[in-house]
Design a binder for this molecule. Structure first.
Ligand code: SF4
Length: 248
């Protein structure tokens, strides 16, 4: 079976999980976030197509060196059958599994949870539920799907995660992007979602480039990103209910 998955698996300490983890990156994403710093992973690149057996062999080869496996990207839920198959293999190998998703495919998340294939869902929330802020952060609206429809899907995913709390851990993550989500107001909107559901919330300091490309829109790399200290100061003003919040 062909898939769009990076054959270079990374073995690293994952600060979101606090575990040594294998990172498997999927190509292709249905959002178009202007601050995306993995631009090479956003497209379904034909030169990135490979047979799933190559990825499976790699996972088997490195599995004894990690506790967790993380499926990220890109958006892994867009390749549902591939994700399911790799999750099943991971479980057979005794690995705990996490999926990092933008939340736009609730039925995939529901399916994975109902089959007990994931231990952790990492949900990247780019903004609160305000349609304009969401569209500015994701540029996800297309001829076929409105920003409102994407937001409705994310709400649905949150509902599924709330119902599954007893057996699947949820970590909400938000990148603190200069000029977009680095204000008290913007962060308070996401905080209100995470705190209502009592999910752990991890704020990620913005970095303008990764091994998978530079930030898509240079305006974000030209502005100064908040330091970890500045983010913690902002958090001190927001986190009134004392949910677990971290900055990485
Ligand atoms: S930041 Fe994530 S959701 Fe946004 S375009 Fe990049 S891969 Fe997709």
């Amino acid at each position: 079976m062909d898939c769009y998955v990076d054959t270079n698996l990374l073995l690293e300490f994952n600060p979101l999980l606090n575990k040594r983890a294998i990172l498997v990156n999927f190509y292709g994403c249905n959002f178009n976030c202007p601050f995306c710093n993995s631009s090479e992973l956003r497209a379904f690149r034909s030169d990135a197509m490979t047979d799933i057996s190559v990825i499976k062999n790699e996972i088997e080869r490195v599995s004894s060196n990690a506790d967790y496996i993380v499926f990220s990207g890109g958006e892994p839920t867009l390749q549902r059958l591939i994700l399911n198959s790799l999750l099943r293999l991971s479980k057979r190998l005794g690995l705990q599994a996490a999926i990092q998703t933008n939340g736009s495919k609730p039925y995939v998340v529901r399916d994975i949870i109902s089959q007990e294939l994931a231990d952790t869902i990492i949900l990247d929330l780019k903004s609160g539920f305000d349609k304009e802020s969401f569209q500015a952060s994701t540029l996800s609206e297309t001829f076929f799907t409105s920003a409102g429809q994407n937001l409705a899907k994310i709400r649905e995913t949150l509902e599924i995660l709330k119902e599954s709390k007893s057996h699947v851990k949820t970590i909400v993550t938000t990148a603190v992007v200069p000029g977009l989500t680095d204000s008290e107001e913007a962060l308070a909107e996401v905080y209100s979602i995470a705190s209502k559901l009592k999910f752990e919330w991890v704020l990620q300091r913005f970095i303008s480039s990764t091994d998978f490309g530079a930030v898509r829109s240079p305006e974000f790399s030209e502005k100064k990103a908040l330091s970890i200290f500045e983010i913690q100061e902002l958090l001190g003003r927001i986190n009134k209910k004392n949910i677990k919040v971290r900055v990485v």
